[in-house]
Design a protein around this ligand. Structure first.
Ligand SMILES: [Zn+2]
Length: 196
């Protein structure tokens, strides 16, 4: 029987890792075997984040964490055990392009595939293969935090507050903004920021 693909996406700080950890905990609670893959090269806060979130539930069931060298998607296929019920992939935007066929074949093998990742980069471009993964998914959930400037609306994007031009810059250089505040900020206007 074919499995299912579920994508959880949104801007940074939107709670994707929390939601992924919740679903993993639910699976472990049902006695399912879970393997979690994340790119080793992007060892930013969110990995520590998911590690910490999972450490509280690690003792409860059959859970294995795999940092993936270079974000090579084939590694997921190579290391997936046939006994595993659930494959969770965090920071999926950093994986190689073949993440799409890898995920499809895991579903065909009957796995539940849970995918977390950023939808857009700081310039509003679809990030990595996230767009394709959303298309092939059975379910897509977009989660949001509040805009860090106006605090009125849901955030829309991770706005980069530093001047690097590369698509991938790891670190605490981002704030979640709604689209209106993002437009003001990218037009060079000073916007108020509320930092907790
Ligand atoms: Zn705003």
């Amino acid at each position: 029987m074919a499995g299912l693909v579920k994508v959880i996406t949104g801007e940074m700080f939107s709670g994707k890792s929390q939601e992924l950890a919740r679903l993993i905990g639910e699976s472990l609670g049902q006695g399912l075997e879970v393997q979690v893959f994340y790119p080793a090269h992007a060892a930013r806060g969110s990995h520590r984040d998911i590690d910490q979130r999972l450490s509280s539930i690690r003792g409860e069931g059959k859970l294995t964490l795999h940092p993936v060298p270079g974000g090579n998607a084939q590694y997921i296929a190579d290391w997936t055990r046939c006994t595993t019920d659930v494959i969770a992939i965090d920071e999926a935007q950093f994986f190689s392009d073949d993440i799409v066929p890898v995920v499809k074949s895991l579903r065909r093998e009957g796995k539940l595939v849970l995918i977390g990742g950023l939808d857009q980069d700081y310039l509003e471009h679809p990030f990595g293969r996230m767009g394709d993964l959303m298309c092939i998914a059975n379910d897509v959930v977009k989660v949001h935090t509040f805009c860090a400037s106006c605090r009125q609306d849901d955030a829309y994007i991770s706005h980069r507050v530093t001047r690097e031009q590369d698509q991938v810059v790891i670190g605490d250089n981002y704030i979640p903004l709604c689209e209106d505040c993002y437009l003001l900020a990218t037009n060079g206007q000073a916007i108020p920021l509320f930092v907790d």
